[in-house]
Design a protein around this ligand. Structure first.
Ligand SMILES: [Zn+2]
Length: 429
């Protein structure tokens, strides 16, 4: 295991994945080295299956659907190759829950995470070329893209990032973070959005996800705020060393798209993917290839679904890509995301065209903007009734039109968005 210094910054700011009692993991003593990766997904699954026996049946149905789709190309999205239909576009809402200012990660840090996801799920990450020759032919473009939501479930404009202060100082895998009544923030409609929660996750965990087939109210991915985003893309953020390249989200979104840990969560277990080699258990740190177990020629420890450090995982396999994409085929558990309007900005005119007051006006007109809209999203011009633009009327960044220099009379106010224009009369007195 590579010797690394503990991140004092992260300890001070956004609780590093500390030396907790996650079972079956060898945990580093303070000063000994980095904390091993720990993901709570399987523990959460076990609790959900115990609480809701019907979930096992739903997951079995999803498994059967995945097998059918993967065996029959005519059932696959686009019915030809996955790439032929263009990528799946998934609208994302990020709920940033913070108790201290340092946990309130910036929009730029959030964006750096989206950028990592869009590299890793499209094989655009530069480091995939480190994949050993034995597995280089299996590195896959998973054909999934992520966009921050531009429209809320009720149709208002949004940037897809919610910052919410909370009295809760540390979170666990009990899903309280997904519940506004428990100090968290409710999920947006899981059939239309991928919900990501960035928070001060405790128990030494970097993240956990919910597999397809679980409850909609808890669907999504939770990630330690200091493991959210990429130091390489946005250096001014708050990060935990070793887990500062955004790969925790790649791993957890892999679970959300039905991928299992690459070792199958058992000794030489089965991850339900045929082209990933059977391997004995999780790898940590940055293993030297090959590390052969279970009669394989080397663990695929550079796979995002292993437990290696961010810098040492850089690929999904072709089989994993096919398994994820089966969810988007007809009848698939995540196919509803294909028709989500969450990634499309609402029309600035359709829902509520801006109005203005007063009319008649003497000094200035003020625009009443629809909810979520800003003055800068509109271009505003004033014309006389013969269609000549009046340069004396100036539109300000505050959403006002100065009309004091106009001669008295009737005018047309034109309000445009780039794609739509509305014109309304007003009188200068
Ligand atoms: Zn995991």
């Amino acid at each position: 295991m590579k010797k690394l210094y503990a991140s004092a910054l992260a300890l001070a700011a956004c609780a590093a994945p500390f030396f907790a009692q996650a079972q079956a993991l060898r945990l580093a003593a303070p000063g000994e080295g980095p904390t091993p990766r720990a993901c709570g997904t399987m523990e959460v699954l076990a609790a959900q299956l115990a609480a809701d026996p019907a979930q096992a049946q739903r997951m079995a149905a999803i498994e059967a659907h995945a097998r059918r789709v993967q065996a029959d190309r005519s059932l696959q999205r686009g019915q030809t190759t996955l790439a032929a239909t263009g990528p799946v576009i998934i609208p994302v809402v990020v709920h940033v829950l913070y108790n201290t200012a340092a946990q309130n990660i910036s929009d730029a840090q959030v964006q750096s995470q989206l950028d990592v996801l869009n590299e890793d799920f499209r094989k655009l990450n530069a480091d995939y070329t480190k994949t050993p020759a034995l597995y280089a032919g299996l590195v896959a473009d998973a054909n999934v893209q992520f966009v921050l939501a531009k429209r809320t479930p009720t149709g208002a404009a949004t940037n897809g990032i919610i910052h919410k202060q909370t009295k809760v100082s540390s979170w666990s895998t009990n899903d309280a973070v997904k519940n506004s009544k428990r100090g968290g923030d409710d999920a947006w409609d899981a059939t239309k959005y991928l919900n990501l929660w960035a928070c001060n996750l405790g128990q030494g965990l970097l993240g956990y996800a919910q597999f397809p087939g679980g409850s909609a109210s808890t669907d999504g991915v939770v990630i330690l705020c200091s493991a959210f985003g990429s130091r390489a893309k946005y250096a001014a953020g708050t990060y935990t060393s070793t887990y500062d390249r955004g790969r925790t989200a790649t791993h957890e979104v892999g679970h959300w798209l039905n991928l299992r840990h690459i070792w199958g969560d058992a000794s030489c277990g089965n991850d339900q993917v045929s082209d990933t080699p059977t391997q004995q258990t999780a790898n940590y740190g940055c293993p030297t290839f090959p590390h052969a177990t279970c009669s394989n020629q080397g663990d695929m420890s550079m796979n995002y679904m292993d437990y290696t450090d961010d810098a040492c995982m850089y690929m999904f396999s072709t089989g994993q890509s096919a398994r994820m994409n089966a969810l988007f085929a007809s009848g698939g558990a995540r196919a509803s995301l294909l028709t989500s309007a969450g990634g499309t900005a609402p029309s600035l005119m359709a829902a509520a065209a801006p109005s203005f007051y007063p009319n008649p006006a003497t000094d200035q007109l003020t625009l009443n903007l629809p909810d979520g809209a800003t003055a800068g999203q509109y271009s505003v011009h004033v014309y006389d009734l013969r269609g000549r633009e009046m340069p004396q009327a100036r539109y300000t960044s505050g959403g006002q039109v100065q009309v004091s220099d106009l001669p008295n009379g009737m005018y047309l106010l034109s309000i445009g968005t780039g794609t739509e224009v509305v014109r309304q009369h007003f009188e200068k007195q």
